[in-house]
Design a binder for this molecule. Structure first.
Ligand SMILES: C[S@@+](CC[C@H](N)C(=O)[O-])C[C@H]1O[C@@H](n2cnc3c(N)ncnc32)[C@H](O)[C@@H]1O
Length: 233
C-alpha cells in the first residue's frame, strides 16, 4: 500500500520517512487519507476526522505528565514489586502513553507497534524529542519478537473490541483506520496465548472492566473505574 505524503520544505526527517514507509511525495492530494510532515512531526490525516492523528508527548491528550494520575496509580499497583531499571516490553505501543508512564517511573521500555505508519509517526517524534530517546521503539508483531529481546515484564493493551465514539477515543478510531488501511487484523486471544507462554516476571494485561479475562489463571487484578489489569506472574 502506497500512501501520499505532503511535506513542508526542508523537513529534516523526510528521507527517514521515505525509507521507512511506502509513500509518494506529493504537493496536494485528494486521497481519503494521507500523511503530512511538518515541523518534524509526521501526522496521519483521514477524511473522516477533522483533525489528524499526531504524536506530541508534550501536548493535548498526550500531555501525559499532567493527566496520567489514575492510570499511573493503577499501573504502579499492577507493577507492585518490579524494580525500577527493569525492562518492560510494551507489546502494544499505540500512542505510547503507557510507555511514557513506565519511562517516567524509572523503567527501561521497549515499545513495539505493529503498524508501520504509526511506528514511523512515533519514531519521527522520537528523533525530534530528546525526552523520548530512552525508549526503544520497534515496528512489528510483538509476539514474533519475543525470542530476540530481553525483558522482565510484558505489558499488553490490545484494542478493545468496542471503541466508543467519545472524543477521547478519537485517536483509537484513527488507529483502527490505519490498521484497516495496512490490512492488519489479528486475534488478541492468539497473541495473548503467545505472550502468556513466554517467560517473564509479570505479564500485565489491560482489559475493559466488565470483559472476560483472556485467561482465568491471573494471579491478581487491579480495578479502575472503566479498566482492569489482569496480572500473571
Ligand atoms: C489500545 S492501543 C495501545 C495504547 C497504548 N497502550 C497507549 O498507551 O497509547 C493498541 C495498539 O497496539 C498495537 N498492537 C496490537 N496488537 C499488537 C501486536 N501483537 N504487536 C504489536 N502491536 C500491536 C495496535 O496496532 C495499536 O496501536
Amino acid at each position: 500500500m502506497t500512501i501520499d505524503l505532503i511535506s513542508s520544505e526542508g523537513e529534516e526527517f523526510l528521507s527517514f520517512v521515505q525509507q521507512s514507509l511506502d509513500c509518494r511525495l506529493v504537493q496536494t492530494t485528494n486521497a481519503a487519507s494521507y500523511l503530512s510532515l511538518k515541523e518534524n512531526a509526521l501526522s496521519f490525516h483521514s477524511q473522516n476526522f477533522k483533525n489528524p492523528l499526531i504524536f506530541d508527548p508534550t501536548k493535548g491528550q498526550l500531555g501525559y505528565r499532567l493527566k496520567r494520575s489514575e492510570q499511573e496509580g493503577l499501573l504502579k499497583k499492577a507493577l507492585g514489586n518490579v524494580k525500577p531499571g527493569s525492562v518492560i516490553l510494551d507489546a502494544t505501543a499505540g500512542l505510547m502513553k503507557d510507555s511514557l508512564i513506565f519511562d517516567s517511573l524509572g523503567y527501561r521500555v521497549i515499545a513495539i507497534e505493529q503498524s508501520k505508519i504509526l511506528g514511523t509517526i512515533l519514531s519521527v517524534s522520537q528523533k525530534a524529542n530528546a525526552e523520548l530517546s530512552k525508549i526503544e521503539i520497534r515496528i512489528g508483531q510483538s509476539e514474533n519478537m519475543l525470542s530476540q529481546l530481553h525483558f522482565d515484564v510484558i505489558y499488553f493493551d490490545p484494542m478493545f473490541e468496542k471503541v466508543g465514539t467519545a472524543l477521547r477515543e478519537r485517536n483509537l478510531r484513527l488507529i483502527k483506520e490505519i490498521l484497516a488501511m495496512e490490512n492488519i487484523h489479528q486475534d488478541n486471544q492468539v497473541t495473548f496465548e503467545k505472550l502468556y507462554r513466554s517467560s517473564y516476571q509479570k505479564l500485565i494485561v489491560k482489559r475493559p472492566i466488565k470483559s472476560k479475562p483472556f485467561s482465568e489463571n491471573f494471579n491478581y487484578q487491579i480495578k479502575g473505574r472503566s479498566v482492569r489489569y489482569d496480572v500473571y506472574v
